[in-house]
Design a protein around this ligand. Structure first.
Ligand SMILES: [Zn+2]
Length: 56
């Protein structure tokens, strides 16, 4: 893993593409073991697929 200049562009949790700061992207906040985790998605489509994949 290398840290590059992508601090403002997190990767989409679903497809791995950089999430651009557009109105399309979605951010889901979850709390795991007391830690707030932010999951970024480039679109509603990716969010829906990811949500489906973790829901048995
Ligand atoms: Zn995506």
């Amino acid at each position: 893993m290398t840290e590059s200049a992508t601090e403002d562009a997190p990767d989409c949790r679903q497809c791995g593409e950089p999430v651009e700061s557009t109105s399309e992207h979605r951010v889901v906040t979850t709390v795991e073991a007391g830690t707030t985790v932010y999951d970024y998605f480039c679109s509603d489509d990716c969010l829906e697929r990811w949500t489906t994949s973790i829901d048995p």
